[in-house]
Write a protein of this length. Structure first.
Lengths: 604, 170, 391
């Protein structure tokens, strides 16, 4: 103890002369910092209602709810997060995990209400005074809680694959598949978008768990063409995937294929189970494509007798006679077919309804008939001189390739069309040219610019790698034929624009910008249509039609009570859509023939 | 298909001739009437699958026909009915269309659409030329209006054509 | 006054182990200090039995703050535990974030980026400064010097501003998450931090003059509340409480973590182990941490990632394992024991906070035979935060 200890405390008096450090008006003079985790903002346009914020919230403060004026649509659940500030702890995990970056925070932290319920609100929908705050927490650039990049699918390089029709992609290894499956946030937006509503997050979970038998069971619950769809699905799921907004979509198709690859085929039957007891009802199905065979799969499992009539020598429809082997090997397709047939479905191959058996006969012999004949015929451009014998339809040539039917392989081919069928024929011809002539000479011309081709980006990329030349913005105007009558080229005009203001097809051309694409063969791949002549005139006249297609109700039933139609011929070209159709009509047919309705119809 | 409808105007057709408005209106009315009747007759012959196309064309041509009847009865037009107008070079093709083709026993949707497109193109060209060669005034407005009508119809048909034929091949 | 080893003059334990105190005799009085009492550190209570103004028995009561965090975490995914842990200790939350994150990273086999290691250390030192400042105010307050807590609150508030601009929050920063830290330092942070550190140094000088060089404070604290160095290990005493007794216990030195081996510092030691020694040691610790913050800001890398790649946190599973991660918080050893069983949830989380040992077992012993008026000062000098006692 010293004299200093007695005097020193009095130095505190100097604070009398200091300015106060408190902020006089903290409500206005003290904004939150730039990173402040204040009240939530949500960009309603960007938000897709995936609910990942709800899933990660450890307080259960977020509920996904429907919002007035926000409709459910492809890739958007239409739900929006409502936050309960009685529960929120402002940890911002919801912002960190947000799949679109729509959810952010303002730096506002003062909010006075007399009504406690007001603190439960939907940011971005319920207007708040901080909605336009510039500062506040946003997920930092590299701060991701979910991997954005897809696991690369290894595939054969162009120089190797051009030499054969061997399948291009290798499939994921177990480790790769687990990594890819791990990226999924299981929001389920894909389920709504998938035409057949596959249990995507669940089977992806089965991949993560390594429980492939569970995965296969899940696949077969909604899709007996999983071998096919695991390879060539149009995968609308991936274009709706929440991961696509700030990264690449989950490789859902490859994960499906991975499950298929992991389960030995011998085990399929055991996993799928036996059909129900026979009902004594008979259903005829015309066309053994994905729609017809899916319906057959469902109906035979319900215990009905199913007879499928197929004009071709093998089942699969376009998946066999359209899609090339390098995309979908025949043995993969065969597995899907074999399983369905093994359940007791009878298939009559090389049997054409209309000529071999009349529709009226089927109507008489069966309780119900399903028409699933697909889009077999190729559309023609009918440009001048296109009636030349060396102008083919792509679907006809693809059919010949599968059927191993001989045709004169062009030395130099020009394809018209920018869709997947155009790529299929171009790449198939390229492979055959490589094998027979040791050089590739195929040109694809399309009216669209390359960014807007209907073909998948992968198809275009791979076609280019394989040495196929793509000339976009080319509108076909006529074929060129020399004096001796040989096809020597295709004339095109430069396309200036394709769509009108309503996004309808209305091309405009620059006729001064003309190109002659030299070739010995032209292949048209502009579209397909369905040949319905098998119906006969009487039935055609009896049926209701809708703009060129048989008119069906939401269950796939035509205006004739005994006839249903499904697949490409009524819904347009798409495998997975055909599968969905197959399920839909099977269920409708089942309820019809299981009720007394069908026998009453028969008697009358 | 564009080639079918364009660029076939021969030198002979380019000889200018004069007609009165009355003649032109009569020709146009006849054009629409024959078209309507042609489609109406065609409808039961085509497969029911594509009959909607023909039915729609009947309705459209009937509308045009009504339009011309109304025009002829319009006092403002009637006042100029005798006025002579330089017949445009496209007139030959226009009147050719009144001679109806044989689309075969069972024409398909693409054939019908191509034929209908050709007709609309000819009509459109005709009214455009008439409008060009008519001095400013109510008459020019009539032709401009008609040309617009035909253009719209042709554009609409073109879109249907592409939707039907160019489905994209997946 | 201190604990008298000769207990013959005091009530003896009965057959049930409880002291034989006859409250009806009029000789003893029960006094509750807390749970609402200016002389208690937070939400706890000490049940005192006094004889005159001398405490003959003190029972510490907790339970006012039990939120069951350890159990809650068993029902939350690993990422969902991250926003919870900071709440376990309100005044010094960052050690929870660090220990939890480091435990998860060890069991999941994740290495965090270099810059994140430095930023973590920066945050921990900032947290220590804040905690010490809070202590200073409390210790002064327990001796009637309320104005000092106003000064320390001011500089602590400046540090909270730095926290706010770095982490986006003032108290519960939720910034150190498994895999790294959320973000890098904001633009101009080092400069503003330097201004704050200077202000702290100025304020601590004033605090020194008025509190540490204060006859009253010295008179009441020197020689009071001595912790016998012999007791340290048996009672699990760590941190400044141990160092004031001359024993160099500092996890940053004993089991260096993060980037501490790269920093230049020596643990500060005291000798007398009384309240004054502990208070003065903590004052020096503030100044040392100020220096450490400067060292970190000068030496840390300014580029590179701050977050490692995590598996998808929504279905993050961690293989079977267990670990114990510790750090040197302002009050001693802070530790997390984490057990995982291969599922997506922690099997067991146990939080080891220094307050449990200091405020319960140690205090109950030290409180005996001191004057009622000194209870508050003694309790504060052990630097306890009740929320972490209960978890």
């Amino acid at each position: 103890m010293s004299i200093r200890d007695l005097l020193s405390p009095f130095t505190a008096w100097k604070y009398l002369l200091k300015n106060p450090v408190t902020i006089p008006d903290p409500l206005n003079d003290r904004p939150g910092s730039a990173r402040y985790r204040g009240f939530h903002k949500n960009d309603n346009e960007k938000c897709i209602g995936c609910g990942t914020c709800e899933a990660i919230c450890q307080n259960g403060a977020i509920d996904m709810l429907p919002v007035k004026g926000t409709a459910t649509q492809e890739g958007d659940s239409g739900l929006r997060p409502r936050i309960d500030y009685g529960r929120c702890c402002w940890c911002a995990l919801c912002v960190d995990v947000c799949m679109t970056g729509s959810l952010t925070m303002s730096n506002e932290y003062k909010w006075v209400e007399s009504d406690p319920d007001a603190f439960r609100f939907t940011p971005g929908v319920d207007e708040k005074f901080w909605d336009n705050a510039e500062l506040g927490y946003q997920r930092p650039e590299d701060h991701r809680l979910v991997e954005a990049k897809r696991v690369t699918m290894e595939e054969m390089d162009a120089d190797t694959r051009i030499n054969s029709f061997a399948e291009i992609v290798n499939g994921y290894s177990i480790e790769q598949a687990k990594l890819e499956a791990d990226r999924c946030v299981a929001c389920g937006i894909c389920i709504a978008t998938c035409p057949t509503h596959m249990a995507i997050p669940d089977y992806i979970d089965a991949v993560r768990e390594g429980n492939y038998e569970r995965g296969l069971k899940l696949l077969y619950e909604t899709n007996p063409f999983s071998n096919v769809c695991g390879r060539v699905c149009t995968r609308k799921c991936e274009s709706a995937c929440a991961s696509r907004h700030e990264g690449e979509p989950i490789a859902i198709r490859w994960l499906k294929r991975h499950i298929i690859d992991q389960v030995p085929f011998e085990k399929y039957r055991e996993i799928i189970g036996e059909p129900d007891a026979p009902t004594g009802k008979k259903v005829a199905i015309i066309g053994a494509g994905p729609a017809g065979m899916t319906a057959a799969f469902d109906l035979v499992r319900m215990g009905h007798e199913v007879v499928v009539y197929e004009a071709k020598a093998a089942a699969g429809g376009m998946t066999r006679y359209g899609i090339p082997e390098y995309r979908l090997p025949y043995d993969a397709l065969d597995r899907d077919i074999e399983l369905i047939v093994s359940l007791g479905v009878k298939v009559h191959y090389n049997t054409r309804i209309g000529s071999d058996i009349a529709m009226a006969q089927l109507e008489q012999d069966f309780d119900a008939v399903l028409l699933a004949i697909g889009l077999q015929e190729g559309r023609q451009t009918r440009i001048p001189k296109s009636e030349h014998e060396k102008v083919y339809r792509a679907v006809d040539l693809l059919d010949k390739i599968t059927s191993e039917e001989a045709f004169e392989l062009p030395h130099c081919a020009v394809v018209i069309g920018g869709g997947n069928v155009a790529m299929d024929i171009a790449r198939s011809l390229a492979r055959m040219q490589k094998q027979q002539y040791d050089q590739v000479d195929v040109v694809v011309t399309a009216m669209e610019d390359q960014q807007h081709f209907m073909a998948d980006a992968d198809e275009i990329k791979e076609a280019l790698e394989e040495g196929i030349i793509i000339r976009d913005n080319c509108g076909p105007q006529g074929c060129e034929i020399d004096e001796s009558g040989h096809l020597i080229g295709l004339k095109t005009w430069k396309v200036l624009s394709i769509l009108d203001e309503n996004n309808r097809f209305a091309p405009t051309y620059d006729d001064s910008d003309e190109t002659i694409h030299a070739c010995d063969t032209v292949i048209e791949a502009i579209g397909q249509f369905s040949d319905t002549s098998l119906l006969g005139e009487e039935l055609t006249e009896k049926l209701e039609w809708n703009r060129g297609r048989i008119d069906i109700d939401s269950n796939g039933r035509t205006s004739e009570s005994w006839l249903w139609s499904a697949g490409d011929c009524v819904s347009g070209p798409d495998v997975v859509h055909a599968v969905a159709d197959g399920h839909r009509v099977a269920s409708s047919i089942n309820s019809y023939i299981s009720s007394n309705e069908s026998s009453i119809d028969k008697q009358s | 298909m564009t080639d079918n409808t364009e660029g076939h105007i021969s030198g002979k057709d380019k000889l200018e001739a004069c007609s009165t408005l009355k003649e032109i209106l009569q020709q146009a009315t006849e054009f629409e009437r024959t078209a309507r009747d042609f489609y109406a007759e065609l409808a039961p012959k085509v497969s029911k699958k594509i009959r909607y196309l023909v039915d729609e064309l009947v309705i459209e041509e009937q509308n045009h026909y009504d339009l011309f009847i109304d025009l002829a009865n319009d006092p403002e037009v009637a006042a100029q009915i005798k006025q002579e107008i330089i017949t445009p070079p496209s007139n030959k093709r226009f009147s050719d269309c009144i001679q109806l083709p044989d689309l075969g026993d069972n024409p398909d949707d693409q054939t019908i659409l191509q034929y209908a497109l050709g007709r609309e193109q000819a009509a459109m060209d005709q009214y455009n030329s008439l409008a060009d060669s008519t001095p400013e005034g109510p008459l020019k407005d009539v032709f401009t209006f008609l040309a617009q009508e035909e253009t719209e119809h042709k554009n609409e048909l073109e879109k249907i054509y592409y939707e039907v034929v160019h489905s994209g091949g997946v | 006054m201190a604990y008298q080893p000769d207990r013959s003059q005091y009530p003896q334990p009965g057959a049930d182990g409880k002291l034989d105190i006859d409250l009806t005799s009029g000789k003893y009085l029960k006094l509750w200090q807390g749970p609402q009492h200016p002389g208690i550190t937070g939400n706890m209570a000490v049940e005192l039995t006094v004889c005159g103004d001398e405490v003959v028995e003190g029972k510490v009561h907790v339970g006012y703050l039990h939120r069951g965090f350890e159990k809650l975490m068993e029902r939350r995914t690993f990422i969902q535990c991250f926003p919870i842990v900071c709440r376990i200790c309100v005044p010094e939350p960052d050690f929870n974030e660090y220990c939890y994150a480091a435990a998860v990273e060890e069991l999941a086999g994740i290495e965090i980026p270099e810059q994140a290691r430095w930023i973590r250390a920066l945050i921990l030192e900032m947290g220590r400064i804040n905690s010490f400042l809070m202590y200073c105010g409390g210790q002064a307050g327990s001796y009637g010097m309320g104005v000092i807590s106003q000064w320390t609150t001011y500089v602590r508030d400046l540090m909270l501003d730095r926290f706010e601009e770095l982490t986006g929050a003032r108290i519960y920063h939720m910034f150190i998450l498994p895999g790294g830290v959320r973000d890098t330092l904001p633009e101009g942070f080092a400069q503003r931090m330097e201004e704050t550190l200077r202000e702290i140094e100025i304020t601590m000088k004033d605090v020194y003059e008025t509190m540490y060089c204060n006859a009253v404070f010295k008179k009441r604290t020197v020689g009071l509340g001595v912790i016998d160095p012999e007791l340290l290990d048996s009672y699990g005493v760590t941190g400044p409480n141990a160092r004031a007794a001359g024993v160099a216990k500092d996890v940053r030195k004993d089991q260096p973590y993060l980037i501490y081996p790269e920093l230049d510092f020596e643990p500060i030691l005291g000798q007398d182990s009384d309240i004054y020694t502990r208070a003065d040691l903590r004052r020096q610790d503030i100044l040392q941490s100020v220096d450490l913050v400067r060292q970190i800001l000068a030496k840390m890398p300014k580029e590179g990632p701050v977050m490692s790649k995590l598996p998808n946190v929504l279905h993050w599973k961690i293989p079977r394992g267990e670990t114990y991660i510790r750090g040197e918080c302002s009050r001693g050893e802070y530790g997390y024991y984490l057990v995982t069983d291969g599922s997506g949830f922690p099997r067991r989380v146990n939080v080891r906070g220094p307050s449990y040992t200091h405020a319960m077992s140690l205090l109950e012993r030290m409180i005996v035979n001191i004057n009622i008026a000194d209870v508050a000062g003694l309790m504060v000098s052990l630097h306890t935060y009740p929320p972490e006692i209960e978890r």
